[in-house]
Design a protein around this ligand. Structure first.
Ligand code: UT7
Length: 316
């Protein structure tokens, strides 16, 4: 048994904050932010639950799946709206989902972790799993700290998955954690994100490349056969360095960070959904997702793209 993607969706708050807006209150400039990170603007606002609900609703509607027939929802987030109950409880209620739901925190690798969890659930008996990544990093960002304020944004993305007989679309994966580096990127409860940017940068390139390579080797796929790389959207220079080392041309990557900033768990699904909606994927294309984040966690997943079955009718 494996997974089949039935639908997808994404959500961004309405409020746009440009680099020019930030340079009014911070000792920074549009030139510096664009050159060092590739980010031009980000979206700010809403709650994590609201973004997860919007993205999840879009994925359910696209796949024409009855929400009550969902067995499990996995919500990847580092910014739940409350400590208790889990953010997924609100989302479950508002979407009218059946089955269970839980939050998963693996920082910016969260969506890949959630996808791999979902695959395991489908292999062991679940029929439908909704996977969501949603964040409101703006709530844990110190807007007076130029080291972090220029980088983060809010958003959400979702995939509706169904069990499929056979191998399914997930061909390989790699999850990991080097907790000796857990202090280089952290946020206390009620506090703001603190980060050693240079150290994160250095490690990020290394773990992205190693994790991507392990995933490709596991699936016996060469990097030149990857049609689309969907990396965590943190910094364009990290993505360029990883592409270079993997031998994947930069034009084969899905990029949204110039308009979203770094949205942690939401960044990979936002970039994937953007690429799908732009018609960049054809039947059989290989899609490699790879992310890294606080912990330091990393995660990669290789998918074979399959167009979802046309209007299946709401299935119970
Ligand atoms: O999801 C995972 C989360 N995080 C990441 O992936 C972040 C990884 N790191 C990065 O993306 C980069 O390290 C940053 C974008 C955060 C910083 O870029 P950098 O090229 O590593 O810059 P730097 O930290 O080496 O700083 C260079 C200079 C410093 O000034 P001096 O010491 O050369 O005088 C900084 O004080 O730039 C200064 N600086 C800024 N200047 C203008 C730092 N932040 C800013 C800023 N505007 N916002």
């Amino acid at each position: 048994m494996g997974l089949r993607i039935l639908g997808w969706g994404s959500a961004l708050p309405e409020k746009v904050v440009t680099n020019h807006d930030l340079q009014k209150t911070l000792d920074t400039s549009d030139e510096w932010i664009v050159e060092r990170s590739g980010i031009r603007e980000r979206r700010i606002g809403d709650s994590t639950a609201a973004l997860a609900i919007e993205a999840g609703r879009a994925a359910l509607s696209k796949s024409n799946v009855d929400p009550a027939s969902v067995d499990v929802m996995v919500l990847a987030t580092t910014t739940p709206d409350q400590a208790v109950p889990a953010c997924s409880a609100h989302v479950h209620h508002e979407l009218g989902l059946g089955g269970g739901a839980f939050d998963l925190n693996a920082a910016c690798s969260g969506f890949v972790y959630a996808l791999v969890m979902a695959n395991g659930l489908l292999e062991t008996g679940a029929n439908r799993v909704l996977v969501v990544g949603a964040e409101t990093l703006s709530r844990i960002t110190d807007w007076d700290d130029r080291n972090t304020a220029v980088l983060f944004g809010d958003g959400g993305g979702a995939l509706m998955l169904e069990r499929e007989a056979g191998e399914g679309q997930l061909l390989g994966w790699d999850l990991g954690l080097d907790a000796s580096a857990r202090e280089i990127l952290q946020c206390d409860l009620g506090g703001f994100v603190q980060m050693d940017g240079r150290e994160v940068f250095k490690r990020a390139v290394r773990v992205l490349v190693d994790s991507a390579k392990r995933t490709l080797a596991q699936a016996k796929v060469r990097s030149e056969d990857v049609k689309l790389l969907v990396p965590h959207q943190a910094n364009i220079r990290i993505i360029q360095a990883a592409c270079d080392r993997l031998g994947i041309p930069e034009e084969n990557t899905a990029i949204v960070l110039h308009k979203t900033g770094n949205t942690s768990s939401a960044s990979i699904p936002l970039a994937l959904v953007d690429a799908i909606d732009a018609g960049r994927l054809e039947e059989g294309d290989l899609v490699l997702m790879t992310g890294f984040g606080a912990g330091m966690t990393w995660g990669s997943a290789l998918l074979r793209w399959q167009s979802p079955p046309e209007a299946q009718g709401a299935s119970a």
